[in-house]
Design a protein around this ligand. Structure first.
Ligand code: GYE
Length: 303
């Protein structure tokens, strides 16, 4: 299902604003952290649009640690918030806390990243982009650009996170169709610029200055930006010697595309409060079964 803003939520937001938000719903949001450029932009948008929808947002930054997220969700349950939103750091380890929220009759909405749970009734729905499709878009762009012949180094996102698993899966599903396309080195840079720089430095050493390497696929732009730095320091020309494709389309990669240091980035929208809050507010007004995944579109950008 592709998201559509509903009239009910828009009307409700408008009436809340006019009435000084006396009926504000309290929503607890457990955010992954503040890694990279995309995540803080997403957090800021969630805060700003909460005001637009008359939501009282309780924001908890987990600094990349799942234990912190579990603590935050339990605190939200204890406070008796109206709904809980979680952007889960990793996919595993969620069953107990989600069951606790369910027992307390507090609906949970997943945003951005996914969880692996056997009982999907533990959350209402997930509102996010299709990370597998993002990997496919990156792979298809590279297949066309390299005419199906390419040795690739891959910078993976946080180990065990949905976007690392799914972007890799989508990318591989495409390149596996081309016998001369292959990932020759892969490592996690944890979605950070510093992590990406370290991983690329290691690849530069292990491949004799990226000899024979045709592309760098990074699961996010910040790691690619770190990789670009490492390559320049080694006297290489990212964007020319090596094709650079990544995901997020943050402003710094737009600059890199313009400068010719990067070649393509798949956009992950950060201004998504307008997709997320109406779903939650409508549900709180009238609880009903929703599709388990509400997809936010992704688009490819090139030089
Ligand atoms: O691509 C990355 C961030 O979960 C899809 O997390 C998100 C990823 C995003 O840190 O930059």
């Amino acid at each position: 299902m592709i998201f559509k803003t509903t009239l009910a939520s828009t009307a409700m937001a408008a009436s809340l604003l006019m009435s000084g938000s006396a009926l504000a719903q309290t929503i607890g949001f457990s955010q992954v952290g503040s890694e990279g450029d995309w995540r803080p932009a997403f957090s800021q948008n969630m805060r700003e649009t909460a005001e637009d929808y008359g939501v009282d947002l309780k924001f908890a930054n987990a600094q990349g640690k799942q234990e912190e997220q579990l603590r935050a969700v339990r605190a939200f349950i204890a406070q008796g918030v109206d709904a809980i939103v979680v952007a889960p750091v990793v996919v595993t380890g969620w069953e107990s806390v989600l069951q606790e929220a369910k027992d307390a009759e507090i609906p949970v909405f997943l945003v951005d990243r996914d969880v692996e749970v056997s009982d999907k009734s533990l959350y209402v729905t997930r509102i996010s982009a299709d990370f597998n499709l993002e990997g496919k878009l990156a792979g298809a762009w590279l297949a066309a650009e390299s005419v199906g012949t390419c040795k690739i180094v891959e910078l993976q996102g946080t180990t065990g996170s949905a976007p690392a698993i799914e972007r890799k899966g989508g990318f591989e599903a495409v390149i596996d169709q081309f016998p001369a396309m292959e990932i020759v080195a892969t490592q996690s840079g944890d979605f950070t610029t510093e992590g990406g720089k370290k991983v690329m430095e290691a690849f530069i050493k292990s491949t004799n200055n990226l000899e024979g390497i045709c592309a760098s696929f990074a699961h996010n732009d910040n790691m690619q930006l770190g990789a670009i730095q490492a390559m320049k320091e080694a006297g290489l020309k990212p964007g020319e010697d090596v094709l650079m494709v990544s995901v997020d389309y943050v402003p710094a990669i737009e600059d890199a595309l313009e400068a010719g240091d990067a070649n393509a980035s798949v956009e992950l929208r950060s201004a998504v409060g307008k997709f997320i809050y109406p779903v939650i507010l409508d549900y709180l007004e009238e609880p009903k079964e929703l599709d388990k995944w509400i997809v936010i579109p992704s688009d490819l950008h090139t030089q």
